[in-house]
Ligand binder design. Sequence first.
Ligand code: ZN
Ligand code: ZN
Length: 303
Amino acid sequence: MIEKLPNPVDYAVPGFVLLILLEMLWVWRRAPEKYEPRDTLTSLAMGFGSTIAGALVGAMVFGLAVAAYHYRLATIPFAWWAWIACFLLDDLAYYAFHRSAHRVRWFWASHVNHHTSQHYNLSTALRQTWTGFFALSFIFRLPLMLIGFDPAMVFFCGGVNLIYQFWIHTEAIDRFPRWFEAVMNTPSHHRVHHATNPRYLDCNYAGVFIIWDRMFGTFTREVEDERIRYGIVKQLGSFNLLWVAFHEWIGIARDVWRAPWRHKLGYLWRPPGWSHDGSRETSDMIKARWQEKQAWKSSTLSS
Ligand SMILES: [Zn+2]
Ligand SMILES: [Zn+2]
């Protein structure tokens, strides 16, 4: 087993900074409102804090991965085909993680950090969670170690995956050729993922390859004639770092505290927006309401 490979993300940071500056220059003349200094600063600070949080628990997560590797089914060598297989399966694991992160409130409480910006630019990509470990995000990668991929290989692939996801957080790129949009996650697909428009809720969970969303029925195409509203359904409206990082955890604690005993657990594992008395809306409910309205509109138009 290889002890550890370098973290590719460390080497990508100068590239991130350079590309953010270039995008800022690009929007300067066209649409200066696309960058808001306080929003960008919040995203950068969340990114920085996330690196610190990662460093604090990194050894523990790697230790858990090594422990899982101990019980592996096979020993997969450091061969070229293994790298390809590992990258693909890691991307599938990312899809599973990301989909759960939007559908289970306990996971969402950490992932929501990434969605709190009402802007969509390269700095949004760096708005990363501080509480990923607490939300058990690492469990989705453990099956790869159990199959027999070396933890060092898995974490390296995970780093490359994260780097790929940086550049798709932009409105500066419209669409790529059809074949590219069919296979790869792109700015267009990921804009949809960050949108709060009912038609776009809960889709395009992909990391690098959009094929997973197409395979598992969660793909939605970006339409031309609808302006995207970015952020979360109930906008945070705050640049307070601690609130950005912990607001949903506080919300969970409050709900669990107040709910009757038999409903307490529901506030942990049910989708965000679920409530035992039906006083709130989940994304499914919002989407269904919107679809009903669309159906009504088209039936009144045709009659
Ligand atoms: Zn997401
Ligand atoms: Zn994103």
